[in-house]
Design a protein around this ligand. Structure first.
Ligand SMILES: [Zn+2]
Length: 541
């Protein structure tokens, strides 16, 4: 009989209403055998008492339902973001607050590159800068012979220098959606959405997939997660080629790998090709690697003005956004996935994209009725009561982008969709009131991974300037903690295995320095993460 370990904690917040708090949890073969007091494991045989966590508070390991594996790998490129940020090794990178700082910082980084390497930056966001828009002319100050490409923080836009424009063949004669031109008719260097960015990425060899699918990058993802108390995470738009799968299976099968990963196949190709691949991948699922779901990319990003937004559209007369997948294709994909019983995660930032996707799911369900699909609307930033009511009727879940309230809330009120609609963005209260199961997410590396911070955003709805944006949409700490554990597990169809600390489930815990249910809600984000336990293995920082 294998060993029984009884972990003692200062307090265990279980998220199981049958026993909401405890002090001990008994673990055998990586699973929870019993929860309760010091004697909880005794009826199962001889136990070993482990006091290494007795100073800590345990909660279920946090579940991040929308993040990307490149959260670890991006740090191989130059960080050019506005906010201070901590890398997987714990190093602090100072934010760059104006274009000069970006140019200086990247010029310094350029000195570290080999002669033929392109310079790639990430995390930049012009919405925080009051100066003119970043263009090729600024990036030409860094280099005119080396291609330079700066990916914006939302990963939906980029800016490149003249050399990169030349390599992609973009000039006055180019007439493609997303290639922004200035008054002189020449490309400014800014590129919006996937169709315009892909040629640059191909020519420069910017390969997020290749970068994300190395053993080191997967290990880095594990480290990023551990720092945030996360034990299950998605990679929510992956091409998952056979080589990638082999590497992921190998790394995640190591007994000390601290993370369960749910890679979700990006819907690229015809609906039947996508469905075939998803079905094949599902057969390779293992304990720490869960495959079979599909991600649809519909519109763009609100702060990049590329999301599809309903009337009255954007303030300041910005034209409406860009479809990465046009509605007729969304309908075709939804019909095929629903027919084949494949779960979908659908990116919807603007309310027009959310409505089109809900229409498509409704049509798919009319063609292929079936329950239990749990299709997940991802981001849901502008969904109001009407769309949540329909999401509930159709059996859909919502994964809400609460971090936006702090990072971009002020900008949304002033510059994108205006005060009224900004106050009802990321409407977690409405979602819960209509009965929709919710998760809350960071979309790391778009914003940093940290479910306690994400929960804090949903509870307090505070912006970067300290304003409360839409108090009517605040949710309670208990509701937010549920959303980052059980709620997120439900959206991944893993709620029978993870998300709460109860007998039968996997021994995945977040190890915290304070009790998140007892602190002042305004300090929820400051609760220290000391590490995680994954499958019964302790990983302290
Ligand atoms: Zn994303």
């Amino acid at each position: 009989m294998s060993q029984i370990t009884v972990f003692e904690a200062k307090k265990i917040v279980t998220m199981d209403p049958n026993r909401s708090a405890a002090t001990h949890v008994a673990v055998r073969e990586g699973k929870i055998l019993a929860v309760g007091g010091a004697d909880c494991g005794d009826q199962w045989g001889d136990v070993i008492h482990d006091k290494s966590l007795s100073h800590a508070i345990l909660t279920p390991g946090f579940v991040e339902g929308h993040a990307h594996m490149m959260a670890g790998a991006m740090w191989r490129y130059a960080y050019a973001g506005y906010h201070d940020r901590i890398d997987p090794k714990g190093k602090l990178w100072t934010g760059m607050r104006d274009i000069d700082a970006v140019v200086d910082g990247l010029t310094e980084f350029e000195g570290t590159l080999a002669k033929d390497e392109p310079l790639v930056g990430w995390g930049f966001d012009p919405i925080f800068l009051s100066s003119e828009r970043l263009g090729a002319k600024h990036l030409d100050q860094i280099s005119t012979d080396r291609p330079v490409a700066i990916m914006f923080s939302n990963f939906h836009l980029m800016c490149v220098n003249s050399k990169a424009l030349e390599m992609a063949g973009y000039d006055e004669g180019t007439n493609a959606e997303g290639v922004v031109k200035g008054p002189d008719g020449k490309p400014t260097g800014e590129l919006q959405e996937m169709a315009s960015m892909f040629p640059i990425m191909r020519r420069l060899g910017i390969d997020f997939r290749g970068l994300s699918q190395t053993p080191e990058a997967i290990d880095d993802y594990g480290e990023v997660a551990q720092r945030a108390g996360v034990t299950t995470i998605t990679d929510l738009f992956s091409s998952i080629e056979d080589d990638d799968l082999a590497i992921m299976l190998k790394i995640t099968s190591k007994s000390d790998f601290p993370l369960r990963i749910v890679p979700v196949l990006g819907a690229m190709g015809t609906p039947s090709e996508v469905a075939d691949r998803a079905e094949t991948l599902a057969k390779s699922s293992s304990d720490k690697l869960r495959l079979g779901a599909v991600k649809l990319m519909t519109d763009g990003s609100i702060q990049g003005w590329t999301a599809r937004v309903k009337w009255p559209h954007y303030v300041g007369g910005h034209p409406n956004g860009i479809w990465n997948t046009p509605p007729e294709q969304i309908f075709a994909l939804c019909a095929e996935m629903q027919k084949r019983g494949i779960q979908m995660h659908i990116h919807v930032n603007g309310d027009e994209a959310a409505e089109a996707s809900i229409d498509a799911i409704e049509a798919a369900l009319r063609l292929h009725p079936g329950q239990g699909h749990r299709h997940v609307l991802q981001h849901c930033q502008m969904m109001g009561r009407d769309l949540y009511e329909r999401a509930f009727e159709l059996g859909c879940c919502a994964n809400i982008f609460s971090n936006h309230i702090w990072y971009f809330g002020d900008q949304h009120a002033a510059l994108t969709i205006g005060q009224d609609r900004a106050e009802r963005m990321n409407a977690a209260r409405t979602a819960l009131d209509t009965g929709v199961n919710i998760a809350l997410h960071s979309d790391a590396p778009v914003t940093p991974l940290g479910p306690l911070f994400t929960a804090w955003c949903a509870v307090n709805r505070q912006t970067m300037t300290g304003k409360t944006l839409g108090a009517a949409q605040c949710i309670s700490v208990d509701e937010a903690l549920y959303a980052i554990t059980m709620g997120a597990a439900y959206t991944l169809k893993l709620d029978s295995e993870i998300g709460s600390i109860e007998a039968g489930k996997t021994a995945d815990f977040a190890v915290l320095g304070e009790d998140p249910t007892a602190v002042d809600p305004i300090t929820l984000k400051d609760v220290p993460v000391l590490g995680t336990v994954s499958g019964g293995v302790v990983h302290l920082l």
